[in-house]
Ligand binder design. Structure first.
Ligand code: B12
Ligand code: SF4
Length: 498
């Protein structure tokens, strides 16, 4: 029996869908995986405020033909791909097939997913999908499968995979794997592991002539913290209450597999929410070093120790991303990050004093309706005083994910505009309908404009003059979009050459 697994994401990584495919293949089923990256949607060139993917009729027709023999079509979705998932489901649903949506969006919004699909997977999908396929193969109408919410039925019983080390390695094909090439508007077969190269390429620095290659991997699922805006709020309740770790033997097995199949890879990107919480973090980092692989990872400031970070850098950590989101006491409280942000002073001091050239990325959230101008100014001044010289800033616009503490607060206070597809909102600051003057100040920091100049522009009189409705709702967004449009005209469409 054939199963088609489809991903609309810009990145081909997709640990979840690849893991499902591996489990199905191990059980003897024939899976095909179709990746539909449309990088131009996510690129800085795209001036549309939402991450709305509109597939061409010819692409949808090609997909219909490709999935003709599939009894099950599974689509993975984060919230910002909701509309893409709906479009794909409408195009691929037939009377004689079963379409199931899985991933963070259906996990948080199963009812919405059921508006389109036959079923929604809540939480872990590997064994849920296997059982679904077995029941369908047996010719019965599938019923009572843990984690699967069938349309017209009640919310399912939930179960999570306790030992994620027992799962097979992710399925990278290449047989039966296909990728959409946006500039050619064609779906091509992945013929060899080398075909993954374009999706793994990155430029280590602006001076590099040749790209380096990066392999993304998961060593754990989940996060011990519980920030009020984060999907983990819900995942803890409906997926798994605790962080699940892969053991070091399995990590080594995956590295060996990578070495054999992707010999060009020199760097790992550990996609765990907070890599450094592993008890065996030192051994894991040493393992990467043993195999000559540099790495990057995420961490929350509370887990920082000077000794640990020094060890990780010694093992080849080339970049790291730390969440700050906001530094004022009010903002930290709104985000429930008062304890998570603990040690941020030490983190910034460590990099400023010992590794001033290190590419540290500091993540911040803007567009928080409860944050006052003074709060943002506090964060800006904090960064002006403490940010290491070569640090970078990642700016995201606050998105209210269904069921999170912050989403519930927004609904209760009636400030969530549900008339817009707020889930589709993605991170590009220039896509926002409202751009605060204080956000522009952060962008200046991101662009590393002289800090003295930013200090002047961040002085209270200037901010109170420019942080005005007309300016932030009309002038700044209008000007930003015009500049982007002109730039796009000069530089081309922004469609990736992948
Ligand atoms: C790795 C990762 C990425 C990677 C890779 C994404 C990719 N293509 O796979 C990168 C860095 C590219 C990325 C980017 C973004 N990400 Co991200 N990312 C993650 C992270 C840290 C881990 C995801 C993962 O691999 N988990 C491990 C796998 C095994 O689990 P899984 O994906 O959930 O899959 C399981 C189930 O969901 C289910 N399942 C999944 N798909 C399907 C399909 C079917 C048919 C079935 C039956 C079941 C099923 O079964 C799987 C196996 O058990 C999560 C955090 C988290 N806690 O989930 C955030 C997370 C998914 N990302 C998030 C966001 C917001 C983004 C961005 C929009 C961020 C931004 N500001 O731009 C972008 C956009 C993504 C894009 N355009 O592709 C949010 C999503 C919130 C939401 N409600 O949608 C999360 C949850 C972070 C958070 N804590 O809020 N991300
Ligand atoms: S530390 Fe990061 S991943 Fe963990 S709950 Fe907070 S925002 Fe989510």
């Amino acid at each position: 029996m054939q199963i088609s697994l489809i991903s609309p994401y810009g990145s081909l990584y997709n640990a979840g869908l690849r893991s499902i495919s591996a489990v199905l293949k191990n059980a003897g089923y024939d899976t095909q995986m179709i990746f539909l990256p449309t990088p131009s949607i996510e690129s800085g060139w795209n001036v549309s405020p939402f991450c709305q993917v509109s597939y061409s009729e010819s692409l949808l027709e090609r997909l219909r033909v490709m999935t003709k023999g599939s009894a099950v079509v599974g689509i993975t979705l984060m919230d910002n791909y909701m509309q893409a998932g709906a479009e794909l489901t409408k195009a691929l649903k037939r009377d004689d097939n079963f379409v199931i949506l899985g991933g963070v969006f259906p996990t948080l919004n199963p009812q919405k997913a059921l508006d389109y699909a036959d079923a929604a997977c809540v939480g872990d999908g590997e064994y849920a999908m296997l059982e679904l396929v077995r029941q369908l193969e047996a010719g019965s109408t599938p019923i009572a499968i843990k984690n699967i919410y069938f349309r017209g039925q009640s919310y399912p019983e939930l179960e999570y995979i306790h030992d994620i080390s027992s799962l097979p390695l992710p399925d990278y094909g290449p047989d039966g794997h296909f990728v959409y090439i946006e500039h050619a508007d064609e779906i091509m077969a992945i013929r060899s592991f080398d075909d993954y190269k374009p999706s793994m390429a990155f430029w280590a620095d602006s001076a590099s002539k040749e790209p380096a290659y990066l392999y993304r991997m998961e060593t754990a699922r989940g996060c011990p913290d519980n920030c009020s805006y984060c999907a983990n709020n819900i995942l803890k309740k409906v997926q798994a209450p605790k962080v699940r770790f892969k053991n070091i033997e399995v990590i080594e097995k995956e590295i060996l597999w990578v070495k054999e199949h992707f010999p060009f890879v020199t760097e790992l990107s550990v996609e765990d929410d907070s890599f450094i919480i592993r008890k065996d973090i030192r051994e894991t980092a040493s393992l990467f070093k043993k195999y000559g692989l540099t790495f990057k990872c995420f961490f929350a400031p509370v887990y920082f120790t000077e000794e640990l970070l020094t060890h990780l850098i010694g093992c080849g950590m080339m970049a790291t991303q730390v969440g700050l989101q906001g530094r004022s006491a009010n903002t930290e409280e709104i985000y429930r990050r008062t304890s998570v942000n603990k040690n941020i002073d030490e983190v910034l001091r460590f990099f400023s004093e010992r590794y001033p050239g290190f590419p540290l990325i500091i993540d911040l959230i803007v567009d928080n309706p409860w944050e006052k101008v003074e709060d943002t100014l506090f964060t800006i001044n904090y960064l002006l005083d403490n940010m290491p010289p070569k640090a970078m800033i990642g700016i995201s616009s606050l998105v209210f994910y269904n069921g999170t503490a912050l989403c519930n607060k927004a609904v209760k206070e009636n400030i969530l505009d549900t008339s817009t597809d707020y889930q589709l909102k993605t991170w590009h600051w220039h896509r926002q309908n409202k751009i605060h003057y204080t956000t522009l100040l952060l962008v200046m920091l991101k662009l590393r404009l002289p800090r003295g100049l930013i200090r002047v522009l961040a002085s209270k009189p200037v901010v109170y003059l420019l942080e005005r409705k007309l300016i932030i709702e009309k002038l700044i967004p209008g000007a930003v979009r015009t500049v982007k449009k002109i730039y796009k005209k000069i530089k081309g469409t922004g469609i990736s050459k992948y």
